[in-house]
Write a protein that binds this ligand. Sequence first.
Ligand code: SF4
Ligand code: SF4
Length: 344
Amino acid sequence: MQQFVTLQKKDLNTFISALVQSQKVVAPVSRGYNNFSFQEVTSGDEISLKYIPTILPPKKYFLPTQETVISYNKRENSVNATLEYEKMVIFGVHTCDLAGIQCLNMVFADKPKDMNYIVRKSKIAIIGLECNDYCDEYASCHVVDNHLPNGGYDLFFTDLGDVFMVHINTMLGDELVGKVPVFKPADDKALKALESVRQKKRSIFKDEVNVKHEDLKPLFDRSFTSKVWEDLNKRCLACGNCTNVCPTCYCFDIIDEPNLDLNTGARLRRWDSCQTEPFAKVAGNENFRKERSQRQRHRYMRKFKYPVDKYSRYFCTGCGRCSRTCMAEIKLKETVNALAKEAK
Ligand code: SF4
Ligand code: SF4
């Protein structure tokens, strides 16, 4: 297995066309007004190679907005577990979203293992695409160390001008490269060009907040009673947009939906959001996160404190989606800076 190969940019279409012969291929596509989304494509021409993070991250393919987990038939006294999956290639995943998928992998492989996620994941090939520059002012991928590739893909593409450098990371990646004879072993010139792209990135990408990577967790350890949460209490609309677009938010609800015959039906899993008022409501009408300040604090703690305690990893990938989408203009970088300022 060659570790690095190159692909002429003009041959990308040939590669994508070969892939669509055997499976669904999804990739970033322009939706207008500087919005992008992962959509099924049939040709390389449809793909936006330069894009800011898509409206929804690729998690929608690993954890669909809604899926059936069980179907039942009372007359037949039967209950069947359902596994919905589809073979596909996701092309063009940025390093922040690769990190998001790595986070979800850790959560759903933890006990009890989530077979719906694990089986679906095993059918999906991932092709990463490097950002040579910042997407926009909302990104904070450097401080969480996600601006460079760190695994989690089968192939990884870096734009070197006329060619892509392609890192083959898995046997599946090697199989994909073997589908069409358009890849060539990377020569010294291409390897040097890759090193120069990475060198340039080191000068472009800097910590985006006034806190160092290793100080983020201690900052959040001390921030439980911060006044910053009170400010967010006044501004947050509790719409749940920030959690829906987050690549590492995975909360869901389980809903039973009987059919009109009242004998058959299904149990569904549907995305949920900790930012909505009923999320933490329990029996007796108690709500242990009634205030928006508590819910906002919980969202941030679920990125910078709780997962570090449990998985030794920040669950903020720095994608900037929560800030980009928030109608109340609550910006993650500003929140972190406000906490840091208060803690001084
Ligand atoms: S997107 Fe903004 S307004 Fe909506 S819940 Fe999140 S922080 Fe609140
Ligand atoms: S918290 Fe915001 S910036 Fe961090 S991963 Fe989630 S959406 Fe992206």
